[in-house]
Design a protein around this ligand. Structure first.
Ligand SMILES: Cc1cc2nc3c(=O)[nH]c(=O)nc-3n(C[C@H](O)[C@H](O)[C@H](O)COP(=O)(O)OP(=O)(O)OC[C@H]3O[C@@H](n4cnc5c(N)ncnc54)[C@H](O)[C@@H]3O)c2cc1C
Length: 404
C-alpha cells in the first residue's frame, strides 16, 4: 500500500515536494490556508539547484521558458556617478553547471507549480488553515481551523515563515522585524534599460540599494532596500499604482535618472514589506512530522536562496525517505536525522551570508560606501565575496546523476 503524506502549504516547496513524492509512488495531499494561489510577491531567482530538481520531473525546461535566463549583471555607483562594471558571471554559471540563473515572477512560478501538480493528479485542498497536529502510533493527523481533519502516514510542514506546523511541534518562537524594508514591483521595461542581452541592473547608494531584473515579456522586477525603523508589515500585498504615488516619490532612488526613475515610472504594481528574522529551527522533525523550506529555515532574500534551498530540502527529504523503506519508527528517525545533518550546515551558511549581504546593501556613510564601491569596481561590478558565496551554494543538491 502506498504511504500517504500530508503536505501543509502550497507555496513554492509544497507542490514540488508533492510531485517528487508522487513520482516515487507516495500519495501526497496538499492543504493550503488560502482560498486560491495567492497573487502576491514580486519575483524569485531560480538557480541551478532548483532546475536540477525540477528536471527530475521533466519540468526544468518548461520553467525556463516562462522566465528570463540572465547573462549579465551591470552595477552602477550613485556616489561615483558611474558604472562599476558589467559582469558575465550569470552566463558563466550556465556554462559551468549546465543550468541558467533564471528570474521569474513569483505568481507565474507558483501557478506553474500548482498547474503541474494538478496535471499529475495531486490532490490540493484550499481554505484549510492548519491549527494543530497529532501523532497516534504510526498515524498523523492535521487539524484545521474549520474543524476538519486529515489523516496520513507522514506530515510535512511547507508552510513558510510563520509555520503553524513548527509552532505546533516546538512552540512559538520570536519572529523579529529586521529594521529593513523593501519596496518593489513589476514594470514594463523602460527604453533606457532595454538590452540585446539578458541583463540585470543594480544601483548602489548611500543607505539604499536598487535592483531591476528582467523577468521576461518586456517586464522587469525591481526592489529597493532601505532601513525602516518603523515596523513594516510582511503581507506582500499589492498596492495599485494610483495609491502608490506617495510611496514611490518618497524613495531615495526616485530621481536617479540612469534607470531607477524610468523603472518606477513604468510600474504596473507596487508592494512594500518588512523583512523578518526567525532563527533556523534547531530540529526539523518530531516523530513522523517534518519541516521543510522556510518553515525550517527562513532567510532574508539578499542571496536569492529561499526558494532554492527549499528545493534542496525536497530532494534530500524524498531521497532519504525512499531509502528508509520499509518504514519503522527507527528507519524514519534515522532518515530524518540524516536529512537535518545534511541540510542544517548548508542553510546555516546560506542564511548568515544573506544577512551580511543585506547589511552591505544598506551601508551608510560616504567613506564606507566609496570603499565598498571600490571593491565592486575591482570585481567588474560584482562583490568577489558574494560571487564566491553564491558559487559555493548553487552547486547542490547533487552533482552528476540524481539519486531519485
Ligand atoms: C505571499 C508571499 C510572497 C512572497 N514573495 C517573495 C518575493 O517576491 N521574493 C522573494 O524573494 N521571496 C518571496 N517570498 C518568500 C519565498 O516564497 C520563500 O522564501 C521561498 O519560496 C520558500 O518557499 P516555501 O514554500 O518554504 O514558503 P512560502 O513560499 O512562503 O509558502 C508557504 C505556503 O504555506 C501556506 N501556509 C502558511 N500557513 C499555513 C497554514 N497554517 N495552513 C496551511 N497553509 C499555510 C502559505 O499560504 C503559503 O502558500 C514570498 C512569500 C510569500 C508567502
Amino acid at each position: 500500500m502506498s504511504k500517504s503524506v500530508i503536505i501543509i502549504g502550497c507555496g513554492i516547496a509544497g507542490p514540488v515536494l508533492a510531485m517528487l513524492l508522487k513520482h516515487k509512488g507516495f500519495e501526497p495531499h496538499i492543504f493550503e490556508r488560502l482560498p486560491e494561489i495567492q497573487v502576491a510577491g514580486i519575483s524569485l531567482g531560480v538557480s541551478p539547484q532548483t532546475l536540477k530538481v525540477l528536471n527530475i520531473l521533466g519540468l526544468a525546461e518548461k520553467l525556463i521558458a516562462l522566465g528570463e535566463s540572465l547573462d549579465h549583471f551591470r552595477t552602477y555607483s550613485q556616489l561615483r556617478g558611474e558604472q562599476l562594471g558589467t559582469s558575465d558571471i550569470p552566463a558563466r554559471v550556465r556554462d559551468w553547471l549546465g543550468w541558467p540563473m533564471l528570474m521569474i515572477a513569483r505568481v507565474r512560478y507558483c501557478q506553474f507549480l500548482y498547474d503541474s501538480a494538478k496535471e499529475r493528479g495531486i490532490s490540493i485542498t484550499f481554505s484549510r488553515n492548519l491549527v494543530g497536529v497529532k501523532q497516534e502510533g504510526e498515524r498523523v493527523r492535521a487539524i484545521f481551523e474549520d474543524g476538519s481533519e486529515a489523516e496520513g502516514d507522514l506530515l510535512v510542514g511547507c508552510d513558510g515563515l510563520h509555520s503553524a506546523v513548527r509552532n505546533a511541534l516546538f512552540g512559538k518562537d520570536e519572529i523579529k522585524y529586521s529594521r529593513l524594508a523593501q519596496i518593489g514591483g513589476i514594470s514594463i521595461t523602460p527604453e533606457i534599460l532595454k538590452s540585446p542581452v539578458h541583463m540585470a541592473h543594480q544601483y548602489l547608494g548611500d543607505g539604499v540599494h536598487f535592483v531591476a531584473t528582467p523577468i521576461g515579456h518586456e517586464q522587469m522586477a525591481w526592489v529597493a532596500t532601505f532601513p525602516e525603523p518603523n515596523e513594516a508589515r510582511e503581507d506582500w500585498k499589492r498596492i495599485s499604482i494610483e495609491n502608490a504615488k506617495e510611496l514611490l516619490d518618497g524613495l531615495p532612488v526616485a530621481n536617479w535618472d540612469n534607470g531607477p526613475k524610468d523603472v518606477l515610472a513604468h510600474a504596473t504594481f507596487v508592494t512594500k514589506y518588512g523583512l523578518y528574522e526567525r532563527p533556523i529551527c534547531p530540529s526539523w522533525h518530531k516523530g513522523r512530522i517534518v519541516l521543510l523550506g522556510d518553515a525550517a529555515h527562513p532567510t532574508s532574500p539578499f542571496l536569492g536562496q529561499g526558494g532554492n534551498q527549499a528545493m534542496e530540502d525536497c530532494y534530500h527529504f524524498v531521497r532519504l525517505l525512499c531509502k528508509a523503506a520499509p518504514f519503522t519508527d527507527e528507519s524514519l528517525e534515522s532518515a530524518f536525522k540524516e536529512y537535518e545533518n545534511i541540510r542544517i550546515p548548508i542553510v546555516t551558511k546560506s542564511v548568515a551570508r544573506a544577512k551580511v549581504e543585506g547589511q552591505k546593501r544598506v551601508l551608510s556613510g560616504k567613506e564606507a560606501c566609496l570603499q565598498r564601491d571600490e571593491i565592486m569596481l575591482k570585481g567588474n561590478g560584482m562583490d568577489p565575496q558574494r560571487v564566491q558565496w553564491q558559487n559555493d551554494l548553487i552547486q547542490g543538491p547533487f552533482m552528476g546523476e540524481s539519486e531519485i
